[in-house]
Design a protein around this ligand. Structure first.
Ligand SMILES: Nc1ncnc2c1ncn2[C@@H]1O[C@H](COP(=O)(O)OP(=O)(O)O)[C@@H](O)[C@H]1O
Ligand SMILES: [Mg+2]
Length: 323
């Protein structure tokens, strides 16, 4: 990792003037670089902060909590880079108190070109290159799985989604993938287990959920969603289902072919069950249902908090999930 200097005073000033409902209208404006399921990623339009990607996590109630998260975040980055050998963008983080006195955690990464991110790239890379990209993602995932197999007390999770990978040194004019490596950007959910114990307090991720949903999410989804990231087979199903989500259903049959070729060929020793078409379809339907329901409930919660209770709503929500 190459460390870099960030003007923390300026970042804090940005945070103080942030309008979560309209980041582009904040006192120091921000451009949205991407939405994930949990975080919003933006570029801050100020000298000294441009060229970086900021992921804001306003989830913490106390310094003790944010400190625990920081330790998990740093260890997760270290495991991915040094233990497993993935490439991450140069990264850093910042912690400070917001207007209300609550700790906010910022993940700071070097900003990568938007076309180099997998879910963008798959819209215009030639067909054969999409296959190469999928194969390379599988090879990166394999590093995680191999690592986990070698451990007796440690298990590291990863989110295989195509939107989490960037093609290094990408030149849109002359896309060459064979020699390129990939970088993994999604480190905001640092899931890893030591002797079976999750090191991240996953309850934190329920904080951004509407209070009327928390119990049902905890009961029905949390464990299942978390386990997904430790399971090789489900990771590959998720990777394939992304092609529906990212509006390339035409590529799904071929991508299933690439995945199964990998799982029964060079990765046969892992003994991961191949992926079936119907399995991908039903997974996608369920996943789309969960996340769109979740987003609508969050909007309802935002409406209640802002309009009815005249409170602040600190989270940045996507208007519509593109599917
Ligand atoms: N370093 C970065 N440079 C440019 N864009 C990024 C960077 N990190 C994330 N993004 C964009 O933001 C999206 C969501 O980021 P991610 O870290 O995957 O968050 P989430 O956990 O919410 O999925 C990515 O799919 C990508 O489009
Ligand atoms: Mg992501």
């Amino acid at each position: 990792m190459t460390a870099f200097q960030v003007n923390l005073d300026l970042l804090q000033e940005f945070d103080r003037g942030l309008d979560p409902q309209h980041p582009e209208r904040s006192r120091i404006p921000a451009l949205i670089l991407g939405y994930g399921e949990i975080t919003t990623v933006f570029e801050i339009q100020a000298e000294g902060l441009r060229g970086l990607a900021f992921k804001r996590l306003p989830l913490f109630y106390s310094l003790e909590e944010v400190e625990k998260y920081r330790a998990a975040y740093e260890e997760y980055n270290r495991l991915l880079e040094e233990g497993i050998g993935l490439h991450l963008p140069p990264h850093s983080h910042a912690i400070f108190l917001n207007k209300a006195g609550r700790p906010v955690f910022y993940i700071i990464q070097k900003q990568l070109p938007s076309l180099s991110i997998g879910n963008r790239a798959l819209h215009w890379l030639p067909h054969e290159m999409v296959h190469v990209l999928v194969r390379q993602i599988l090879q990166e995932l394999r590093k995680v799985w191999d690592f986990n197999r070698r451990q007796d007390r440690l298990q590291v999770a990863i989110d295989a989604a195509i939107s989490n990978w960037s093609i290094d040194g990408f030149d849109p004019e002359n896309p060459r993938l064979e020699k390129a490596s990939l970088s993994y950007v999604d480190t905001s959910t640092p899931l890893f287990r030591v002797q079976g114990i999750e090191q991240l307090d996953t309850e934190l991720f329920l904080r951004s959920a509407p209070s009327f949903l928390v119990w049902v999410l905890r009961l029905l989804f949390l464990k299942d969603v978390v386990n997904r990231y430790y399971d090789f087979h489900r990771a590959t199903v998720d990777l394939v289902a992304n092609f529906y989500k990212d509006q390339r259903p035409d590529l799904v049959p071929d991508v299933i072919g690439v995945v199964n070729d990998f799982l029964t060929g060079e990765a046969a020793d892992l003994g991961v069950k191949p992926v079936g078409d119907e399995e991908v379809r039903s997974y996608y339907r369920e996943d789309a249902f969960i996340w769109s329901l979740y987003l609508s409930m969050r909007k309802l919660d935002r409406f209640i908090r802002i309009r009815l209770l005249h409170k602040e709503y600190p989270y940045i929500l996507q208007e519509k999930i593109q599917r």
